[in-house]
Design a binder for this molecule. Sequence first.
Ligand SMILES: Nc1ncnc2c1ncn2[C@@H]1O[C@H](COP(=O)(O)OP(=O)(O)OP(=O)(O)O)[C@@H](O)[C@H]1O
Length: 619
Amino acid sequence: MEQFIIDHAERYKRLVAAFKPSATNTKGPASTVASPEIVVSARVRPMLEDEISRGFPVGIHLRRNTQTIDVHALKQPVRGLPTITVDQVYGPDAATANIYDSLVKPLVPWAWGGGVGTLFAYGQTGSGKTYTVSALEKHVAETLMDGSLEGERRISISIIELAGQTAYDLLNSRKQISILEDSLGTTQMAGALEHQVTDKETLLAYIEAAASLRRTAPTLKNDSSSRSHAICRLRFEDPDRPSADDDGLLYLIDLAGSEAARDKTEHDASRMKEAREINTSLSVLKDCIRGRALADADSFAGRPNKKPAYIPFRQSTLTKTLKHVFDPTSARRCKTVVVACVNPCLADIGASKNTLRYAELLRAVIPKTKAAEYNPAVPTTWNNEQLCEWIKTNSGTPPISPSLLAPTETGPQLLRLPVPAFLTRCLKTPGVSPEQAQAFQVKFWKLHVDSMAQRGKPADDSKPSAGGFGSESGGGVVLQTKSRMELLDSSADPEPGAGGVPFKERIRPGMVVSWRSAAGEYKALEVGGKSYAMVMCPVHAVGARVRDMRGVVVNNSTKEEAVQEGESEGYLCAMVMPSLLPGSFGISLWRQVVVRVEEMEAEVLMEWDEATRYYYMTV
Ligand SMILES: Nc1ncnc2c1ncn2[C@@H]1O[C@H](COP(=O)(O)OP(=O)(O)OP(=O)(O)O)[C@@H](O)[C@H]1O
């Protein structure tokens, strides 16, 4: 076939030059939109010297100023078929710096702020994946270390290789590791070393060390072809938010080359098996990326799928490792970029066509919906102005500045912001405490969840019934009674005017406080450097045999003796501890502690949520 191409190269070039493409709508039908969180691009590499010297013509043709690519096979007559459209196209002259600036650079602050950013380089063997990813890694290292990112983060790197079902640590002499799911459903790269880095040189040294250990084998098209997926994971830990759920993640993934498993004459049985395994994992990856894109696009348009899309991430080690990139039930916000790398040479046209088709399939294009009508109870219908108004009136005291939290965002856009980035923006308003920021984030998110749950229910079903306590006394009393009943679903002081009295002067059973033990003995139970507890009663109200959670007797003197000894007033409290869902808490009634008044820092409002049966901080 190669000789046939070389023999007919001149005629092929004439036919291509004469080809008149019919006008195509390069952005897809006007009635559709692409998924907002997944960008699919194609990079066509230059012809290599060897390909030019052998006389092969270019088979991949980019239409100027469009996202459309014509793939011309050697046929009589030459047809511009298939025509492929993706979100961004980069031709042979495009520098990696351009790709970085427009596609990958935005992932860095996103992951730095607590989101998950993922870059996949996909393509046939010899198409430029490793070339592209390694150059992008250098740009990432530059951005991470140039001081342009806001706030402090601990940066850790791990690089693993997946070959078939087996995973290796490329930063630990290719030691074999396991990909395991823990009891909470989180995927762990068990045994992989993570290295903390603080400067660009060390970061690049790790990346280069890993590249030299990657498994390569000659293929028909590339003398040092990578026959494995390489996953470089950068983890960003905010020292003020030590929970692993808040860490930002940036994945840079150089996928194994897709290679037709049919080159039987050239490959032995194990190479054929390897090619099949690679192709299977790439096919599962396609289903996962597309499934997640569809789920995201639906929820962005304010119509979460009634029946969630099936995303088969357990079907391959690659997608299992990247579970939280695909799992639509995960609370993590994800942005994904795919660069489909293409060899332009006519001799490889079949594989290039497959690469581009694969890329096109990843684009989840969904029908455009009419902008939803504004509904004050449905955040996905709010424009920036409506959102800012809501922030001003619902974010507690002091009010969180809307221009710092949502300078340009609409309701749906703010819902997609990673939680740590949301909290960081809230804390930019002077006087806002971490508790207030957290409570406000939960309030916003809860309103969204409630509004989704109310969809499809009859309108009057969405309001709580007016019956019950005091209802026979007339409408005014019902309203008053209801608001008191509603208040009793939270730890807020139901007494009118309580807000004007300092909290230490109105300590009562059920009040929740943030506190820091003076002796530091409860450090292990702290959440973000603080402990939370619910007041039960003064220590002097309990008997002489009552012990705290450490087994220490809590009341061994009378109140008068304590005052004489200069001991400050203390309360027996129940610990408030984080629960399974993000932002949720449970009250551990039997883990009791004594909290002295001077150890109390602030009153924290907790609200009971019947649907999840957890407590959430509120404002
Ligand atoms: N944009 C580019 N500009 C110049 N040369 C390139 C470009 N992209 C790739 N190349 C060259 O093409 C060859 C193949 O690239 P590379 O090894 O990155 O391919 P690959 O897709 O990673 O292959 P495999 O899957 O077999 O590992 C290399 O010699 C590389 O230097």
